[in-house]
Write a protein that binds this ligand. Structure first.
Ligand SMILES: Nc1nc2c(ncn2[C@@H]2O[C@H](COP(=O)(O)OP(=O)(O)OP(=O)(O)O)[C@@H](O)[C@H]2O)c(=O)[nH]1
Ligand SMILES: [Mg+2]
Length: 485
């Protein structure tokens, strides 16, 4: 460095170039200052737009999917499917946590049978002529014995509910309806008993219940791995269910019980969370739920929750894309909570369980399930906030629809416009597809494509293919909208 020159750190050759000319007039100086200010403003503007673009870019790598439909339509099951397919490691690790839910589902099915039986013995006073035939039925002695021997399930149900729902969330259980085991109930109204009387247990979405179950499935502070679960871990509910296993099977296989259920039109095998045909397996001490079991388990959702999943390897080229899947509670009281999530959504999967044509809503027995689904579909199609959102329709529970039509239940009796069409799955699903498609066309504020699938989302094989198409469609549209394609 030449002596006398500026120290290196302070010397900037640009200074020399940008220095104002030595003979600058006052007028030139003002013009120069104004030009410099303008240049700074433009530079700042460019910086800002780069920042915004970067943020948008970041935002665009997030795909938002909303699951809508009435209660029991299969929203949470579809979400579990996504998790199973695209975040398989997390899904596998969580399978054990579903054991508590399945245990509760088994106990609930037994309770449904007990309810039906206690109604046979003690029909309601004002039941009218319909139940009068049942009055005459004498309950066989073996049924009384089974009822007595299955009393411990009462305690297990309260225990499981307490495990799933921490005490501070007592409101997370709905309190309507009585208990089939009422003959064995004490008169004290403890919290456990109140929970025991609960008709359907629900949890707020999120990890709370999983956290509670995870804690309760550890011993000596040691986390349970799939390999050692069951045999080495004391699980009171599983032990009691295991000891009651033969009695539960005898109850379910009993001819008298089947006849009572038939007369009461209770098709237990079509109700959510049905595991009575697998009692031997699911009550084994070392039982770990299979993927299918997790998909068939029933746990009602209340509230809205966003599940984030990064696509793992199986997701192929979309690996790294973050999916945010919003699962909502579908019962009528829950629907007001949906709207805030209509903003900034890439696609909606709407589930319409078409097997519900002969059923009413659990929360309002004056409303037919299919009718409710149609009204809800109209509302979603016509919603202006969703005018640019792709709607994917799952005409769900086709397996149950198939079984119902096969058993001789006539669709035309409930859906008059069905007329004298063939009473089979193929004809019925085509009919529903065209009806829902027509509503989509008529009610959409702007023209858009119709994507309709006939699904049984508990079926892993067929659903995997459908979800892959939906994923591709959503991603393609997402990229197109963010101008990356
Ligand atoms: N057989 C059969 N069962 C299904 C199908 N889809 C869902 N289910 C079962 O129906 C029950 C209800 O499904 P969920 O996914 O919990 O319903 P949801 O729409 O989340 O209901 P809410 O949380 O109450 O809004 C579960 O036990 C599922 O396993 C289907 O296509 N076929
Ligand atoms: Mg749900």
């Amino acid at each position: 460095m030449p002596s006398g020159s500026k120290p290196q750190l302070e010397y900037d050759p640009l200074d020399e170039l940008l220095k104002p000319p030595p003979n600058e007039t006052e007028e030139d100086r003002l013009i120069r200052l104004a030009q410099e200010a303008e240049a700074r403003r433009i530079s700042h503007q460019i910086d800002e737009s780069i920042k915004v673009e970067r943020q948008q870019q970041k935002k665009k790598s997030v795909v938002r999917l909303l699951l809508l439909g009435q209660s029991e339509s299969g929203k949470s099951t579809t979400l579990r499917h996504f998790q199973r397919l695209y975040t398989p490691t997390a899904f596998r690790e969580e399978r054990i946590l579903w054991r508590g839910v399945i245990q509760l589902n088994v106990v609930r099915s037994v309770r449904t049978i007990m309810d039906a039986l206690s109604n046979v013995r003690r029909p309601p006073v004002d039941s009218g002529g319909e139940d009068s035939d049942d009055d005459a039925i004498h309950i066989p002695h073996e049924i009384d014995l089974l009822r007595m021997r299955l009393t411990p399930l009462r305690h297990i149900e309260a225990l499981l509910i307490a495990k799933l729902i921490p005490p501070s969330q007592d409101d997370a259980a709905s309190f309507h309806g009585g208990s089939s085991f009422s003959a064995y109930q004490s008169r004290r109204s403890t919290s456990a008993e109140r929970l025991w009387r609960t008709q359907e247990v629900f949890v707020r979405p999120g990890a709370t219940w999983k956290g509670a179950l995870a804690k309760s499935t550890r011993r000596d502070g040691r986390p349970i791995s799939l390999g050692d679960t069951g045999m080495t871990t004391r699980d009171e509910a599983q032990e009691v269910l295991h000891s009651c296993s033969d009695d539960i099977m005898s109850l379910w296989d009993n001819k008298f019980v089947r006849e009572v259920l038939r007369r009461r039109k209770i098709r237990l095998e079509e109700l959510p969370g049905f595991f009575l045909n697998d009692v031997d397996r699911v009550t084994a001490l070392n039982y770990i739920p299979s993927d299918d079991d997790v998909l068939r388990a029933r746990l009602k959702t209340v509230g809205v929750s966003e599940y984030r999943c990064e696509m793992e390897a199986a997701a192929g080229r979309e690996q790294g894309t973050e999916w945010r899947i919003v699962d909502v509670g579908g019962s009528r009281s829950q629907r007001a909570t949906w709207v805030p999530f209509f903003d900034d959504v890439d696609a909606i999967i709407f589930l319409a369980p078409i097997s519900g044509f002969d059923q009413v809503l659990a929360e309002d027995r004056s409303v037919n399930r299919l009718e409710d689904s149609v009204l809800l579909w109209k509302a979603v199609c016509s919603n202006k906030l969703l005018a640019n959102v792709d709607l994917v329709l799952f005409l769900n529970k086709c397996d149950i629809l198939d079984a119902k039509l096969d058993s001789g239940i006539r669709l035309a009796k409930y859906v008059r416009s069905y007329g004298d069409r063939q009473n089979d799955l193929d004809t019925a699903s085509k009919y529903f597809r065209s009806k829902f498609s027509a509503i989509h066309r008529e009610y959409s504020p702007l023209p858009r494509k119709f994507y309709g699938f006939c699904t049984s989302v508990t079926d892993t094989t067929t659903t995997a293919g459908i979800l892959a198409s939906v994923r591709d469609m959503v991603v393609r549209r997402h990229l197109k909208q963010s101008k990356l394609l």
